[in-house]
Design a protein around this ligand. Structure first.
Ligand SMILES: *Cc1c(COP(=O)(O)O)cnc(C)c1O
Ligand SMILES: [Zn+2]
Length: 402
């Protein structure tokens, strides 16, 4: 197990606390030796135990298992959605409902690993910038671990549910004037100067390893088969990469065969990666003023953009942008047709898949999985605002009560 720079290929010891490559500032990734992985795997246990992040601990970069900080993350439902499949236009559609995690988003899968690393490194304070879900999750895991938690949030722009969670879990909240990208730049600078504060944004290579478990669970829940396509909303772009890497590692050790076409969705007002993919570029142009109702993906300068571009290209996937109107429509469809309540960023996957099918960009006979990253109750104000008004009381009574 070692840290490796995705740009220059330099390797570093796994005990190092780097966030980026000290040689070229490229993104780091945890690379596992195949032999080591195969040795650590308990195949019998894999086939019998129910899914959860720590079921796949052989693939997690932990040195001291006694330090694991867990709130019971992972093991989320993979819902087969036949009504929604018909509406979207694919043969078989599943929704991986990440809203069922302890704090209501997939971020918990990363934080259980990230906060465990914080304990291994012996720090007392953890920090992040966030549009809301990262801070809710970090605050909860820091509380469980007995660590101090510092979060920088864009002032006045955080969904109510996410803010409430962050406060109740006891984080110290700093409101930053400006958007998420600015808050992130500030917390990165802080953690560079103060070595006693451990940064747990998605630039952290350890956190991403926990998020690979989404791929592991999808394969596990489909009977050790991989789907044709996995659709993921892209904000800072850590998740699409992590899921790709999860499928890659399962394939490498021979647990499954093949990698799904990784398909990334962004909002029209914040789509730097979609633009790069459509133009066939390796580098992306940051968006100065990102705007969308889907606050979790309202990000103009995605930290893990280079990883997302690699994951999409290497898996033969694609990327698409959707409007806020399309997102809201998809959010309601998921609720009304399947009883699945998600926040807008998650609904973008259904909207994006539908658009790609309609355009003829992907085949209708596919088996696709959409990753519903966060729970509807994260952003209750949005959910109420976009829903149709209540029926008029008097008219209702006249009609249904004698
Ligand atoms: C964080 C988040 C995303 C974006 O994930 P990235 O890894 O930043 O691309 C999407 N949806 C929800 C609900 C999130 O919390
Ligand atoms: Zn490098």
């Amino acid at each position: 197990m070692r840290l490796e720079c995705i740009e220059c290929g330099s390797g570093f010891k796994i005990h190092e606390r780097f966030y980026t490559c000290p040689r070229c500032r490229g993104l780091l990734e945890v690379e596992f030796g195949l032999g080591e992985l195969k040795r650590k795997l308990n195949r019998k246990r894999l086939k019998t135990e129910p899914p959860s992040v720590w079921k796949y601990r052989a693939f997690m970069p932990i040195l001291d298992e006694s330090k694991i900080v867990s709130l019971g993350e992972g093991g989320t439902p993979l819902c087969r959605c036949d009504r929604l499949a018909k509406e979207v236009g694919v043969r078989e559609l599943y929704v991986k409902f990440e809203g069922a995690n302890p704090t209501g988003s997939f971020k918990d899968r990363g934080m259980t690993v990230g906060v465990t690393k914080a304990l291994e490194f012996g720090v007392k304070t953890v920090a992040c910038a966030s549009t809301g879900n990262t801070s809710a999750s970090l605050a909860a895991y820091a509380a469980k671990a007995g660590l101090r938690c510092l979060v920088l949030l864009p002032k006045g722009k955080v969904a109510l549910g996410k803010l409430a969670q962050t406060l109740v879990y006891g984080a110290q909240v700093v409101a930053v004037k400006g958007n998420f990208d600015r808050a992130l730049a500030m917390v990165c600078k802080l953690c560079e100067e103060r070595k006693d504060i451990y940064l747990l944004n998605s630039i952290n290579p350890f956190r991403l390893q926990g998020q690979k478990s989404i791929a592991f669970e999808i394969a596990d829940q489909l009977g050790w088969k991989v789907p044709d396509r996995v659709v993921v909303p892209m904000g800072n772009c850590a998740n699409i990469w992590a899921i790709y890497k999860g499928f890659f590692e399962f394939d490498a050790v021979g647990l499954t065969r093949g990698i799904p076409a990784m398909t990334g969705i962004q909002a029209e007002g914040a789509k730097p990666i979609v633009d790069a993919i459509k133009r066939g570029l390796d580098k992306f142009e940051p968006v100065k003023k990102p705007e969308t109702i889907a606050t979790a993906i309202r990000i103009g300068n995605p930290v893990n953009g280079p990883k997302a571009i690699r994951a999409i290209r290497a898996s033969g996937g694609t990327a698409e942008a959707v409007s806020d109107a399309e997102i809201i429509k998809a959010q309601k469809l998921m609720g009304r047709l399947e009883g699945i309540g998600v926040e807008p960023a998650s609904a973008s996957t259904i909207a994006g898949l539908k658009k790609l099918v309609r355009k003829g960009a992907i085949r209708r006979d596919e088996r696709a999985v959409c990753v519903a990253t966060g729970h509807m109750l994260k952003d209750p104000e949005e959910a109420v605002a976009v829903s149709s008004r209540r029926s008029n009381y008097q008219r209702f009574m006249r009609r249904y009560v004698k």
